[in-house]
Design a protein around this ligand. Structure first.
Ligand code: HPA
Ligand code: ZN
Length: 343
């Protein structure tokens, strides 16, 4: 096989059909939209310009990011704001070859400020339904509980979600990980699963491998979001490989939040080689400097992943998605066909 140029690899990455399984809709808020919404609502931002805001996106760890992420969400106030936010993300995702997106939203960030749960979900859903009609881009919506808040708060949020059960595929767990283990949320996850919701959880991003075990054993999640610290526990790695537990890895997030110092140090290549169902996702693309294709490209360049490995990761994204088996098979065949066509 001839060597692949950078441009050919970039083309392949965009052309491969992909599912995005780890993206926070609030993390897709680009500074331009932040300023437009601030103007609309008469909010004064502590930044002079879009550039100044972007310059502030220089993080030491997860918490330093979360502080800005929650502050940024303050401009999201009306149904139409959530619609505009989601529509902008979907346009970017489509250009990157995303054909199916499973999207997190953080209702507590908004309801705590007096925004109605109904407005949040209606705006997001309106954009999702439009993208499906217009482009065939399918979706699932995942409600994340903020783990720095109490389980009682999560329970109240689940109550608010129940009338919208038909629009929400599952629940997840995000925000400050260390000190807020999955075990804190056993009861609310039990209730959510009994109500028919799927379950995922962020674990092993900054938290220890034990949090990954708790997410699997106590919350009974079907995927782990991040999960990269599993590597510190060989038995856990073996289990994840044996059970094909998907990890939704977010490489640019990991380097920007200093989980890994450099992309060259990222363990996704090693985890893939050990047979784990790893996927590549964007997490909070407006804050971390890239959407899903940028994440694939950054990993490819740093770790010199082959086209076959990139296709394997794209296929993993459908294996890990909450799709019917027939749809998974169809998209996986689509990945193989794309690789053949471009090789
Ligand atoms: N980790 C935890 N909480 C989050 C993240 C993340 O990467 N992004 C948005 N909320
Ligand atoms: Zn995340």
């Amino acid at each position: 096989m001839t060597a692949w140029s950078d441009a050919a690899l970039a083309h392949l990455i965009r052309a491969l059909p992909k599912a995005e399984l780890h993206v926070h809709i609030e993390g897709t808020l680009e500074p331009e939209l932040t300023f437009a919404l601030a103007r609309k609502h008469g909010v004064r931002l502590p930044y002079k310009s879009v550039h100044a805001l972007r310059r502030a996106y220089d993080f030491d760890d997860l918490q330093s990011f979360l502080d800005l992420y929650y502050a940024g969400a303050d401009v999201l106030r009306e149904e139409s704001d959530f619609y505009a936010l989601t529509r902008a993300y979907l346009q970017r995702a489509r250009v990157d070859g995303v054909v199916h997106a499973e999207i997190f939203f953080d209702p507590q960030t908004h309801t705590a400020r007096g925004v109605a749960f109904a407005d949040v979900i209606s705006g997001i859903h309106r954009a999702l339904a439009e993208a499906e009609r217009a482009w065939g881009l399918t979706h699932r919506l995942i409600l994340c509980f903020l783990r720095h808040l109490s389980e009682e708060d999560a329970q109240r949020t689940l109550d608010q979600a129940l009338p919208y059960r038909h629009l929400i595929a599952g629940v997840g767990l995000d925000s400050s990980e260390v000190g807020h283990p999955p075990s804190k949320f056993v009861t609310v996850f039990e209730r959510a699963r009994a109500a028919g919701f799927g379950a995922v959880a962020h674990a092993g991003e900054e938290g220890p491998p034990a949090y990954i075990r708790e997410a699997l054993d106590l919350l009974q999640v079907s995927r782990i979001d991040h999960g990269v610290r599993c590597e510190e526990d060989a038995e856990l790695v073996a289990r994840l490989a044996r059970e094909r537990v998907p990890l939704t890895v977010c490489p640019l997030s990991n380097t920007r939040l200093k989980v890994f110092a450099r992309m060259e140090d990222h363990n996704i290549g090693r985890l893939l080689a050990q047979g784990l169902c790893v996927t590549i996702n964007s997490d909070d693309p407006a804050y971390f400097g890239g959407y899903i294709a940028d994440n694939y490209l950054a990993v490819q360049r740093a770790l010199n992943l082959s086209p076959v490995s990139l296709a394997r990761i794209a296929k993993n994204s459908f294996e890990a998605a909450w799709l019917a088996d027939a749809d998974k098979r169809r998209w996986i065949a689509g990945v193989d066909a794309c690789l053949l066509r471009l090789t």
